[in-house]
Design a protein around this ligand. Structure first.
Ligand code: AMP
Length: 542
């Protein structure tokens, strides 16, 4: 017997419909790419996204067409997503930090019909125009008067397109499993692979990501998504914000400490989210200028492991609660978040920080398991580590166009490529990426843990650890450090600092200093490039 409840497909435009009716007056503030601060409301966003859908339709865009968006977090970028998805088309976020060969590859692979872009990216597009012949036009997120002087063909002003329409437009009828959004993984090896979200997966992810033990955003919150919309849907904030009716502050293109602080303070932001590198810049700015964060209550940090110093500074010096989250593009992206369980509120500060350093508990609808190399399940005891696999309704089942073939095991689990432990209470801790773990004499050393301890050294700004060939142990750790500004650490004092914090056999065999550590397009340390850079490196212990 079937249930007798209403059929109400889970569609992404319902978020903005809801916000318009129930939170129409609530403000969305943007630091525009042009530099000025702009203010609008959910009501306006709704109306303009309808006008944009109409304009796209006139340009010939129809259901299932893929529209690239090469843009920072702004109100216009947000409107464009609702316009695109309400028409049944698919937004495809283009990460401007990708190498140009990767950009033209993904634009062609996904068959982008139009590209919507901030004016700041005109040069990137000019450089690849000849390689993306199927793109029919470029829509710049600006007024007609601000259109760049460009050799690109078929250029439109977003504001002009919107101003030429009224908002009398019915969202196109869709099924909840229709494709909605597309994001390519950063592709540390081989070509990037496309993750194709459906309306249903985006809605389910939003409900889960915004539950009380996860991001828990309320209408009274002021939310600043610093994590870009091109990084796994801004971790769902583009949808959970209108669902909750919170005020939103869009930071645009400036993510330096001063710009972020200014917005946090001027708009009394209560919740924000980004990768650790952004928070590193903010904390440095706060310290250098002796500033506080009186309004900020919670910060979600993910994408890379949170170093202990960062965690403790937020919690102790600024009274901001850190929510350490783990996920990936293939998971929409949220998988786990470190909300306390009953009783943990009473633990000592240090014990609480130990828990918060873990990547957290699985959200509802995320099943997890850890396995050994033969696929056997490992126990949840916080000690045994193995391959982390996940299953659920907002986790990829295949990549775009079947790239990479079959990606699920015979029980339907997806291998995340991460190595992790899970403790008795279900708190997962990432040991490493399976490719980055250092295999020393048959045992594994976690590069992430070494890096996190090393950045606790007051004279080190950033640290990366890679495995270097060793004739006896196979691999041994090499610690690569960027000195903090004006500091001059040396190998001996760094090793001395690590000595009582690590097991003896985890101690790096050498320490080197560099001006810069390379990062991927999503802000992670680029281990592949480092391994290439140090391919011929000989350890003094070899
Ligand atoms: P992406 O799809 O680009 O977001 O990358 C996902 C990968 O980032 C994961 O598989 C992890 O290796 C890494 N990652 C994400 N969040 C964390 C975290 N909190 N701690 C450690 N690694 C993380």
């Amino acid at each position: 017997m079937r249930g007798l409840m209403q059929e109400w497909p889970l569609l992404v435009h319902t978020f903005i419909d809801h916000a318009k009716i129930h939170h129409g007056e609530r403000e969305i503030v943007t630091r525009k790419v042009e530099g000025d601060i702009h203010s609008t409301t959910y009501s306006e966003i709704y109306s303009r996204s309808k006008k944009f859908a109409k304009a796209l339709k006139e340009l010939g865009v129809t259901k299932s067409d893929v529209i690239g968006t090469l843009a920072w977090n702004t109100h216009r970028h947000l409107e464009s997503w609702y316009g695109i998805t309400g028409l049944g088309a698919i937004y495809h976020t283009l990460n401007p930090r990708l190498f140009t060969e990767q950009l033209d590859y993904i634009i062609n692979h996904a068959d982008n019909k139009f590209i919507i872009s901030d004016i700041s990216f005109v040069e990137i597009l000019e450089n690849i125009q000849d390689k993306i012949p199927n793109v029919q036009g470029f829509i710049f997120l600006c007024e007609k008067s601000d259109l760049p002087d460009t050799k690109l063909k078929n250029v439109y002003s977003y504001e002009e397109l919107i101003n030429s329409q009224d908002d009398n437009f019915e969202w196109v009828k869709l099924e909840e499993n229709d494709a909605c959004g597309l994001c390519y993984t950063s592709g540390t090896t081989g070509n990037p692979k496309g993750v194709l979200y459906s309306h249903r997966s985006n809605v389910l992810h939003t409900l889960v990501a915004n539950s009380a033990d996860a991001m828990g955003i309320k209408s009274t919150d002021v939310v600043m998504p610093v994590v870009p919309m091109f990084h796994a849907n801004a971790w769902g904030l583009s949808f959970s914000a209108p669902m909750s009716g919170c005020k939103v502050v869009m930071p645009g293109m400036n993510m330096d400490g001063e710009s972020i602080y200014e917005l946090l303070n001027d708009h009394k932001v209560t919740f924000t989210a980004a990768v650790p590198t952004v928070w590193l810049m903010l904390l440095q700015y706060l310290e250098a200028n002796d500033l506080k964060l009186p309004y900020l209550e919670r910060v979600a940090i993910g994408g890379s492991a949170v170093p202990r110093v960062m965690l403790e500074k937020f919690e102790k010096n600024y009274d901001v609660s850190v929510m350490h989250a783990w996920g990936m593009t293939e998971m929409s992206p949220l998988g786990t978040i470190g909300a306390f369980k009953s009783g943990m509120e009473e633990l000592s500060f240090d014990e609480q920080m130990d828990i918060k350093l873990k990547q957290g508990r699985a959200s509802y609808m995320v099943e997890m398991k850890i396995t050994d190399d033969d696929g056997n399940d490992l126990p949840w005891n916080g000690k045994d580590f193995g391959h982390l696999l996940v299953r659920g309704p907002f986790i990829a089942s295949k990549y775009m166009k079947g790239d990479g073939g079959q990606i699920l095991d015979n029980q339907g689990f997806f291998d995340t490529g991460d190595v992790a432990t899970i403790d008795e209470l279900g708190f997962m801790q990432i040991t490493d990426r399976s490719k980055d773990v250092i295999k020393s004499g048959g045992e594994w050393i976690s590069s992430i843990e070494l890096e996190n301890i090393a950045v606790g050294h007051p004279d080190i700004a950033e640290a990366a650890v890679i495995g270097i060939f060793h004739p006896k142990w196979d691999e041994r750790p090499l610690l690569i450090c960027v000195p903090a500004e004006g500091k001059d650490p040396n190998k001996d004092n760094v090793l001395e600092y690590l000595e009582d914090k690590l097991a003896k056999w985890w101690m790096p065999d050498d320490v080197v200093f560099v001006d810069e550590i390379p990062h991927t397009a999503t802000g992670k340390i680029q281990k592949l490039t480092l391994r290439e850079q140090f391919a011929d490196y000989e350890l003094p212990t070899a």
